[in-house]
Design a protein around this ligand. Sequence first.
Ligand SMILES: [Zn+2]
Length: 197
Amino acid sequence: MGFFKVLKGEKEGHLYPSCLLCGNMSFGGICRRCLRGVEELAEPQIDKKLNLLYFFQYKDIEPIIKAKYHPFGNRVLEKIAPVVFGKIAKNPFPFPVVGIPIDPVPYRGFSHTAILARHLPFPLTYGLKAKERVQYSGKDMEFRLKNLRKFTYSGPRGIRGVLIDDLVTTGLTLKVASQFLEKFQVEIVGSIALARG
Ligand SMILES: [Zn+2]
């Protein structure tokens, strides 16, 4: 689904900006009605095994997660993030933590993890970057294990951190990132994502 739809009938061929979810006309990437729907659907949930806080099942918000591949996807994420992460009013940990978005490097013009991270109630470091971009979407476990993500880190040492990502599927990236960060005396105390796949 794209942001632009072609009008049928008389004006066929004329493009108009549309809501990513319902296809109605919208200049912001997502219409007010759908944004309200997303807010109602957002429910903080915990995956104890992964120590992960998330808000949606991937299948329920797939077009939103895929907005990162769209040149104007930042508009949607900028609207979604405060509505969803606004449900965490303050740092839920009984000690200070630093938010660490996974690979906050602009890709197609913006970084989806950086946009999400800005709407969390933590100070942030943008120091955790992927060495190369491996596309994990749609790949099986064997591929993921053979192509473990490699990182570099330039953020502060000796901190407690929370990893921030848009989608967690296997949890492998979180595991690799937290093990890697141990070398820098960064203790990962939990992770936050929009959706669990
Ligand atoms: Zn809509």
